[in-house]
Design a protein. Structure first.
Length: 180
């Protein structure tokens, strides 16, 4: 589908309804195969992840990671990212790959593995809540070395309740005051 950005330019994004439909099929196959699957997080994040990917991949003249750090703290929402990427055709993902989600034959794990499926995710997180400090570190490093890169971190309500996340949130006012 096509949406407008703030400058009234068209941005192609994956339809969140298609993401949810693919999620339902992925989860059904995973459960039939004896693996656990998650629906709530990825279904709730579908619009946000679609918009983020539309923005991150809008500029076709350079690689996404030159402009963005994308950290997915919500590991249980990774299957929504897989569904969206297959819909876009990123990372050579196919609908058959989605059908094999969480199987022994698949590179699509329950929590994303950036080294197995790298396109669009710089860091995918397992320990809940530690994505925020990782994203904060990436953003600070970019600031220090002069990179003009945007850091995006997807965080769930559960992740925000973890100690590491709370410590990172507490650091934000001081860092902002020092323009860091």
């Amino acid at each position: 589908m096509t949406i407008k950005d703030l400058s009234n330019n068209d941005i192609a994004v994956g339809d969140p309804r298609a993401t949810r439909a693919l999620l339902a099929l992925m989860n059904q196959h995973a459960t039939i195969g004896g693996a656990a699957a998650h629906w709530g997080g990825p279904a709730a994040f579908a619009e946000m992840i679609s918009a983020v990917h539309g923005i991150m991949f809008k500029d076709k003249t350079k690689n996404w990671y030159e402009s963005f750090n994308f950290v997915n703290d919500a590991g249980h929402a990774e299957n929504g990212i897989y569904a969206l990427r297959a819909n876009y055709g990123f990372d050579n993902l196919t609908f058959r790959d989605l059908r094999l989600f969480r199987s022994i034959e698949s590179k699509l794990t329950g929590h994303g593995e950036a080294h197995l499926n790298p396109e669009g995710v710089f860091i995918s997180n397992g320990p809940l809540g530690s994505g925020i400090p990782q994203a904060q570190g990436l953003a600070m490093a970019d600031k220090i070395i002069g990179n003009n890169r945007t850091t995006i971190c997807v965080l769930s309500d559960g992740g925000a309740m973890e100690g590491e996340a709370k410590e990172s949130f507490a650091a934000i006012p001081g860092l902002a005051k020092k323009i860091k």
